[in-house]
Design a protein around this ligand. Sequence first.
Ligand code: BGC
Length: 363
Amino acid sequence: MQAIAVFPSKKSLQLVDIPQPKLQGATDVLLRVREVGLCGTDREISSFEYGSPPPGSDHLILGHESLAEVVEVGRGVHSLRPGDLVVAMVRRPCPHAECRPCRAGRPDFCVTGDFTERGIKGADGFLAEHVVDDEEYLVKVPRVLADVAVLVEPLSVITKAADQARSIFDRLPYDPGLQRGLALGAGPIGLLCAMVLVAEGFEALVYSRDSEESKPAELVRSLGAHYVSSTRTPVESLAERSGRFDVVLEAVGFAPLMLAATQVLKANGVLALTGVPSQAATAEVNAGRALRNLVLRNEVVFGTVNAGRRDYLSAIQHLEQFMVLFPESVHKLITHRVPLDEVPQMLTQKRGIKNVVEMNRAA
Ligand code: BGC
């Protein structure tokens, strides 16, 4: 069967022929992959800046945003049947006894760093016709979401961020009333942040470098949210122009903007960082002022990565809600569906908003 693999030592990305996987353990599930979403992480891996093959292998099969159909289940599988649609969780636990999050089934909070991530770090991904995975890492999705369920994995990262922001708000000894939320970035993740904010009843605004006439800006307005372009309003004047925010969900990964984002928080506000900046990025900040404000205004800044099962379930519930509130906008997020052999091209020249690989589509 065919798959897409990156060979870091040869600096190549190619279509490969690999044997079809088979059930081995009692809780194994054989899946036919239907769709795989591509994201910035895949682009970084295919430019050899990130990621690693499984131990002993010279290549890594890409793909972590999956949607698959169950074909066959091992005799110990109880929650899934052939024909079910599933999304696979990405991160798998480290082997260390002392890692309490991994031992408790929350490798997204792993403290040793020795976790694996399918399609990213030390384990093959889902850009293959068939894959085998353990029942424990598969999340069932309702069939009515089939057209958009490939968004569950990226959305799970945001529902994890939003749910943590909510529990930070719960520390306040009063009801904060109608809250204002800001999404930084208008890529697929930024737009999903905007959808979460709108669905959760925030007055929402998206700030990004795309122009105010761009497709992402139009999509933002179709949600009933506001859009401000950084080409017209530098971040320093955003608070002055649009007011301050209770919650900021960052999805850009540009270090100077991530640091500047604290300037638009209301007192008691929360900033969740989800973008992964380059290690080489530097930015000038007035550290005294930034930290002084943080303390004197009870602000919270936190980073968050990956997601646990409850975040996937929350993502599925949010997606169901989005499909009631603004179904057309959700469909418009996925701008291109391409066959497997077009992946190398899609990874080098990004088009539109979300690019999805359709595994059963011939070129
Ligand atoms: C994935 C996460 C992963 C992170 C870091 C993101 O693109 O969605 O599941 O943890 O990259 O590797």
